[in-house]
Design a protein around this ligand. Structure first.
Ligand code: PMP
Length: 434
């Protein structure tokens, strides 16, 4: 099928995520990706694009890492799927052991399919824990302004980006919103609200949920590890839970295994997805401490009645095990430590030299700048997207925020090419010469 036919069929039948479809159908010439390798996507028209965001933050080891492809095909040859209902298999059992070994403080792994479900189950675990362990009024969650935790109604309820949640307002459960620690007022201001809420309503709060250190979908808003530490202490003081959503920040993105490590904090529940299966399979894990798990012991009426068809899918589990092995064998965290200063310096230079480019920020393999303060629906970043595309970069923005979150193992030359391309695209937009 040629490129034009694919686009025609797509525009007739496919409903794209996060896309104003009228505008897309009328104006967009989408990338038609036929192949991907390492940090690159290849369009059917022969153009090669550097994938600046690891295809929505999942491909931390690049596309089609040979070891991951091998693990997937080998697993497919013996056991592609079985439920986890009264059944187990080696990939699920061994992956659970490997994950808890990586994340001290945790002893149990609950599997699901994606970031939203990893969060959804954490919410349900917290709520059910308190319901059946003597604190039935603990049904509310404290969440941060600008938070993004996924698409399901529970995950949307604990979200804090208005454009994603307002339309569903009547369907969402009530939460306590506190300011973002990334706001100019500082983390202390946000923390004061968390602490006051916990102190005033210790009987009502089931958990505080946060994306540690970077609020990704809010536009790569970064904040101090001290906030996470302070929240951990405050939740401990009233003996309630902390849920860390590391769907984006986990798996080395910030330079540590988990962003919580940078804060020196062990939450009660840790949500992982995206990079956990390296862009090969939809796969997620919610890690729980023994304390949380023990709250579900006893009779059948105390069990967690939650599970998806693909919980612990053997293909995903086998790939995730190989992801962990590649991280170890290729010293992926060491690679991030080496490359992160270059990312930081480049984004600082862009903001320092290009008119209209502001708020440089970087952590690990994330770098971002803003072109205005218009939020998610603003179009500044989209002009840069077009300019970048002409330069062979796939650089999807978030409103006025232009960012990169590439493969952590991106080769040095490709990283140089990416940073130079972002800078050239920003310059072109700033000077009106796209
Ligand atoms: N949590 C965070 C922090 C995320 O960034 C995302 C997705 N961007 C999700 C949850 C939801 O993940 P998924 O899209 O896999 O459902």
């Amino acid at each position: 099928m040629d490129r034009a036919d694919i686009v025609t069929l797509d525009k007739r039948h496919v409903w794209h995520p996060y896309t104003a479809m009228d505008e897309y159908i009328a104006k967009t010439d989408p990338l038609v990706v036929v192949r991907a390798e390492g940090p690159y996507l290849y369009d059917a028209d022969g153009t090669r694009y550097l994938d600046a965001n690891g295809s929505w933050w999942v491909s931390t080891l690049g596309h089609r890492h040979p070891r991951l492809v091998r693990a997937l095909t080998e697993q497919a040859g013996s056991l592609p799927h079985t439920s986890l209902a009264g059944v187990t298999h080696e990939p699920a059992a061994r992956l659970a052991q490997e994950l808890v070994a990586l994340a001290p403080g945790f002893s149990r792994v609950f599997y699901s399919d994606n970031g939203s479900t990893a969060v959804e189950v954490a919410i349900k675990m917290a709520a059910q824990y308190w319901a059946q362990n003597g604190r039935p009024r603990r049904t509310r969650f404290i969440t941060l302004s600008g938070a993004f935790h996924g698409e399901t109604i529970g995950a949307t309820s604990v979200g804090g980006v208005e454009v994603f949640r307002d339309v569903f307002g009547p369907l969402l459960f009530d939460v306590v919103h506190v300011p973002s620690p990334a706001e100019p007022a500082g983390w202390e201001h946000a923390f004061a609200r968390v602490e006051a809420t916990l102190r005033e309503h210790p009987d009502e709060i089931a958990a505080v949920i946060l994306e540690p250190l970077i609020q990704g979908a809010a536009g790569m808003q970064m904040y101090a590890p001290a906030f996470v530490r302070a929240v951990r202490e405050a939740t401990r003081a009233v003996d309630t839970f902390l849920i860390a959503d590391e769907v984006f920040t986990g798996m080395g993105r910030t330079g540590a295994r988990f962003a919580c490590d940078l804060a020196g904090v062990v939450p009660d529940l840790l949500c992982l997805a995206k990079a956990l299966s390296g862009g090969l399979m939809p796969f997620a894990a919610t890690l729980a401490t023994e304390r949380v798990f023990s709250g579900f012991g006893g009779g059948r009426e105390r069990a967690l009645y939650y599970g998806h068809s693909y919980c612990g899918n053997p293909l995903g589990a086998a790939v995730a095990r190989e992801v962990l092995a590649v991280y170890r064998d290729e010293d992926v965290l060491g690679q991030v430590a080496r490359k992160a200063p270059k990312v930081k310096a480049a984004f600082e230079r862009m903001a320092g030299t290009i008119p209209g480019v502001t708020r440089p920020r970087a952590l690990g393999m994330v770098g971002a700048v803003d072109l205005g303060s218009g939020g998610y629906l603003a179009s500044g970043g989209w002009r840069v997207y077009e300019a970048a595309r002409r330069r062979g970069l796939y650089l999807r923005p978030m409103g006025d925020t232009v960012y990169i979150a590439p493969a952590l193992n991106i080769p040095d030359a490709a990283l140089d090419e990416l940073l130079a391309g972002v800078e050239a695209s920003l310059l072109a937009v700033a000077s009106g010469r796209t």
